[in-house]
Design a protein around this ligand. Sequence first.
Ligand SMILES: NC(=O)c1ccc[n+]([C@@H]2O[C@H](COP(=O)([O-])OP(=O)(O)OC[C@H]3O[C@@H](n4cnc5c(N)ncnc54)[C@H](O)[C@@H]3O)[C@@H](O)[C@H]2O)c1
Length: 457
Amino acid sequence: MKVSVVGAGYVGLVTAACLAEMGNSVSCVDVDAQRVALLNQGQVPIHEPGLDALIARNRAVGRLSFVTDAQAAFEQATVIFIAVGTPTAEDGSADVARVLQAAETIGQHLHDYKVIVDKSTVPVGTADRVREVLARALRKRGAIVPFSVVSNPEFLKEGAAVDDFMRPDRVVIGAEDDRAIWLLRALYAPFLRNRDRMLVMDVKSAELTKYAANAMLAVRISFMNELAAFAERVGADIEQVRLGIGSDPRIGSHFLYAGCGWGGSCFPKDTRALMRSAAEAGTPLPLVTAAVQVNEQQRHLLVRRVTERFGDNLSGRRIGIWGLAFKAGTDDLREATSAVVVQELLKRGATVQAFDPVAMPNARRQWPAHAQLQMCEDPYSAADDADAVVVITEWREFRSPDFERLRDGMRTPLIFDGRNLYDRDLMASLGFEYVSIGRPAVLQSMPAQPVVADLAA
Ligand SMILES: NC(=O)c1ccc[n+]([C@@H]2O[C@H](COP(=O)([O-])OP(=O)(O)OC[C@H]3O[C@@H](n4cnc5c(N)ncnc54)[C@H](O)[C@@H]3O)[C@@H](O)[C@H]2O)c1
């Protein structure tokens, strides 16, 4: 089938590459000429495991192309996916301007029947707006062309996106006409060969399903974070509690990890957008609102821990940061907890030595430069002479580091672990002080070393 994908971001690139891999002819359109040029030079602007190879292979055989010129791409395609960003608007709602802009451009080049598929995460009712924009564009040209608008929210996880797209748990299709449903069944059939996991429903339910999924996951994590604070206070261990409840099939073990707060490109903006549309509809969602509030506090927890230990003035303190990406497997820094932690530490005068295996180039580009923020070569140089190391992202390479090397390089062997990566007994035996989330702290008798400024006084 001939397909076009609008937007060459995390979702658009994965969609385009995976559809091409199944033999479809795909042109991916983006307004960002620099991004398109980079892709045409064989470079991939995002880190997503397996994506580079998929793009290279399908470009080489001519099934996948990247363009800025929408006209040819749209005219040839039967199915056009819209996968552009829907960031938070000032009032908290999802800003669907890019989706409507894409629809407008599609409308200008609509000459025969096409299915326009909304893959971006959009509030309930957006498909109707897309339909109106297309109809208006046709009216302007005096053209009469049949088209269908379908909602097909995307559930891929950054860091495992290619796998998720290739082997989806479900493909949700919100559509009301048989022709569009038939075409999408054909397009998705190769991804659903072992079992049909396509769920066809009305458009509004499909739009809401995406928000419901993300809100549910966000609520689960915030629930665990809330319980983690209680567990700490009463001397329980949230990791044991997690295992205890996760083994109940009614609960399940996923998304029950207490940590330093959720971030990323989806949960924060999608919970805000859902809260906003629900409030507008007169049915506010107190549970989701509470999850967001808990998360706001949680994102500041690691900094609170550091200041409880060293005081609010951190000048002269050197803090190592392990992990900047909002989660392991991606270079995405959108609403990452690391941004809060680094900014707050710098504000209090600390020197911050950060390491992330893939997100440092993005951090250099996206964050303002700061004389006291250093990006380091490896985790050990980030910890070098540090008063503490703060673990923010659960990268595999942080799970079993050379602890002796780490300890011997630090000024104080103190770890604030925002991901509960380490065994407390092991930390104690190695002489670390170890403060994690929702578990009793491991304290050694040795006090923190005074900072150089204190010694001079
Ligand atoms: N990132 C995820 O993990 C994820 C998962 C599921 C759903 N989503 C949703 O998918 C959508 C896209 O997310 P993303 O993370 O891929 O965004 P992104 O910011 O990585 O990519 C969006 C791309 O669209 C391009 N663009 C914007 N307006 C355009 C236009 N009019 N024409 C052509 N290109 C245009 C931008 O230049 C950019 O390259 C969002 O609605 C998001 O909520 C994202």
